[in-house]
Ligand binder design. Structure first.
Ligand SMILES: Cc1cc2nc3c(=O)[nH]c(=O)nc-3n(C[C@H](O)[C@H](O)[C@H](O)COP(=O)(O)OP(=O)(O)OC[C@H]3O[C@@H](n4cnc5c(N)ncnc54)[C@H](O)[C@@H]3O)c2cc1C
Length: 301
């Protein structure tokens, strides 16, 4: 931690926004469980001035409505589990249970899980699949964004609320790859939701998150409305599409991060960099994504 880092706390959102307006590069934390120690285990690796939302009562609210439930960004994962399994979608409940351990869950939040940089954490895929909407505040504006359009939190923004739809699914499956209770390089999470009516598939959601984030309307629409039971041909076509979408997503992500470097150009050097960067995405993870997708599609046979 740099010696002159300053810590801010707030009791109200208004106070939080005041600090955000007046302090440059203020880093916002909800539970703060992502903060690591640096090479000296007695020091926190924080860097910038930071604002902790932990004491902000209005961000600790949970409001249950008929079709959705809202969580303030300071609601801890443990508080959500304490609501009981019947109050939130089962697959989300199960996903939260796999995050870290009870001590960490008593501080960690959904907002922190979604706003973490450079990695889509365990709860991203269930919240993305279910079309969660997040509310983002800056000192001058408030906006509600579907998670599918959320491109990460920017400097000067606070995620204040998450609105989670409550929908009944005929098939709801969450699973994670890598170890439970910790995040490592190969950690990923997969969520599959499907609704059926008589002999057709009326809704389907597929989300896979980790180093990359996949939720594709093109993929979902390609099978939406399909006649049930699904045929082998239908499943193979969907897997083929999923495989192409996965590869394209990796390529896009790598290109985007390389293009953010102002010196990068689409030339031989950049192409080589893309090929090298692809090695960071272990092919085993793609295989597992496709296996999980196949396994869930086969439930519709
Ligand atoms: C031992 C251990 C095990 C873990 N296991 C898991 C695991 O299994 N799965 C998993 O997903 N994670 C795991 N984590 C990581 C972390 O605990 C979780 O991702 C947690 O949900 C983060 O929530 P938080 O509120 O503590 O986030 P914070 O640490 O407060 O913040 C995380 C990031 O989000 C930003 N941020 C937080 N809140 C806001 C906000 N309201 N507005 C704007 N930006 C914000 C912060 O600036 C930071 O960049 C683990 C951590 C530890 C220490």
């Amino acid at each position: 931690m740099k010696n002159d880092s300053r810590f801010y706390r707030c009791k109200t959102l208004q106070e939080a926004l005041y600090h955000l307006k007046n302090v440059n590069n203020l880093k916002v934390y909800s539970g703060g469980t992502s903060i690591k120690t640096d090479s000296n285990p007695n020091r926190l690796d924080i860097g910038d001035d930071c604002l902790f939302l932990t004491n902000c009562e209005e961000l600790k609210r949970i409001e249950k409505h008929e079709r959705y439930i809202t969580f303030g960004s300071s609601v801890t994962l443990q508080k959500i589990l304490d609501l009981g399994k019947s109050k939130i979608p089962d697959f989300l409940y199960e996903a939260i249970e796999t995050v870290a351990n009870p001590i960490i869950r008593s501080r960690a939040t959904l907002a922190g899980n979604l706003c973490s940089k450079d990695f889509y954490h365990t709860l991203y895929s269930p919240l993305l699949a279910i079309d969660t909407r997040v509310e983002i505040h800056t000192p001058t504006e408030t906006k509600q964004v579907p998670l599918s359009k959320f491109n990460g939190i920017e400097n000067g923004q606070i995620m204040t609320t998450l609105r989670v739809p409550l929908i009944e699914w005929d098939i709801a499956h969450f699973t994670r790859l890598g170890f439970n209770n910790e995040i490592c390089d190969v950690s990923s999470s997969f969520t599959f939701l499907a609704k059926t009516q008589k002999d057709s598939l009326t809704d389907i959601r597929i989300a896979f998150c980790g180093k990359i984030k996949i939720r594709s309307t093109e993929l979902e629409n390609s099978i939406l409305g399909a006649h049930l039971p699904l045929s082998h041909k239908n499943i193979n076509m969907t897997l083929d599409k999923a495989s192409k979408i996965y590869d394209a997503e990796i390529e896009n992500m790598i290109k985007k991060s390389l293009m953010e470097n102002p010196n990068a150009e689409m030339n031989q050097e950049l192409i080589q960099k893309i090929e090298n960067a692809k090695k960071n995405y272990h092919p085993m993870i793609k295989e597992q994504f496709l296996n999980l997708l196949r396994m869930n599609l086969e439930k519709l046979m």
